[in-house]
Ligand binder design. Structure first.
Ligand code: NAP
Length: 279
């Protein structure tokens, strides 16, 4: 099959590597000519260009640009498409993406491969990035069944754990397990920086070890990604943040009032519950 990829970065490039190894012909489009050339050299595309006209030859197109350019990308892509061309995307947020793209191109199914690294750009692309990772497809009632079947058939051989759900449910779920943790982790680092005694703050830096490394990791990541989560998944993120604030207030109350038994009960419950999230 001829597969188009628009946006040859970490995710687009990694998809290109894997889809070519599955025997597909990969046609890539990216903003910079140098990126296109590197994608071909690295084996992430058979052919690559900065001109979206290349996509006229594609049967299925994966939109892999950053979220903030996706509206421009789809509007510029549409004039080059054949009526039967299927479009999908890889964005980390789904309700906004589905609502943005569907009016331009109804033969669209939203997607989210849940794998990544802290790096970005074509040089960060990796083979087998999606192996054993969740890959969520978010069809709506109007989504053509053939589009869902075709995209499913393309991504399943990459060894992904495939899920289908509504865009809104995807966004609420990732708010809990991905977007809220970034804001909590960032707030943790920001709170530590508020220690007024500089000697104590310096001592804290020296003593920080594996616990702080684990809890601060996602808050110390790419600020662009955190901003995208807040901008494009605002509603679900705010709901999660509000519940988290209530939870923190509850813990403050337990500690202030020395309700140690209730605190232990909570810690026992979370100790038991964690394994269902982190397998
Ligand atoms: P990335 O490494 O920065 O790659 C995006 C690429 O898009 C850039 O390398 C850039 O290529 C290209 N680009 C930018 N504007 C463009 C335009 N107007 N037209 C064509 N290409 C353009 O980012 P990424 O991490 O792959 O993220 C891409 C998408 O994947 C995002 O929607 C994100 O939500 C989603 N996602 C990311 C992760 C993650 O962990 N990073 C995980 C799952 C899903 P040039 O080099 O040509 O400028």
């Amino acid at each position: 099959m001829n597969i188009g990829i628009v946006g040859l970065g970490l995710i687009g490039g990694s998809l290109g590597l894997d889809l070519r190894s599955q025997g597909h012909r990969v046609l890539g489009v990216s903003r910079q000519a140098e990126t296109c050339a590197r994608a071909v050299v690295r084996g992430a595309a058979d052919e690559a260009d900065t001109d979206l006209a290349l996509m006229a030859k594609a049967d299925v197109i994966f939109l892999c640009t950053p979220l903030h350019v996706i509206k421009t990308a789809i509007s510029q892509l549409v004039p080059h498409l054949r009526s039967e061309t299927i479009v999908t995307d890889v964005g980390s947020v789904k309700t906004w993406v589905v609502e943005t793209i569907t009016p331009y191109w109804p033969n669209f199914v939203g997607g989210h491969p849940m794998a990544g690294t802290a790096e970005s750009g074509i040089e960060a692309a990796l083979p087998n990035l999606f192996l054993n990772a969740p890959y969520v497809l978010t069809p709506i009632e109007a989504t053509p069944a053939l589009a869902v079947e075709t995209v499913t058939d393309i991504v399943r051989p990459l060894g992904v754990r495939l899920y289908h759900c509504r865009p809104e449910d995807h966004d609420r779920a990732v708010a809990w397990i991905s977007h809220l943790p970034v804001m909590v982790s960032s707030s943790l680092i920001a709170a530590c920086l508020q220690e007024p005694d500089t000697a104590v703050q310096e001592l804290a830096r020296q003593l920080a070890s594996s616990g702080f490394r684990d809890t601060s990791r996602v808050g110390g990541g790419n600020p662009e990604l955190g901003l995208m989560m807040a901008r494009y998944n605002q509603k679900a993120l705010l709901q999660s943040l509000s519940t988290y604030r209530e939870q923190i207030d509850r813990v403050i109350g337990l500690v202030q009032q020395e309700h140690w038994a209730d605190l232990v009960t909570q810690l026992e419950q979370t100790q038991a519950a964690r394994s269902a999230f982190v397998k």
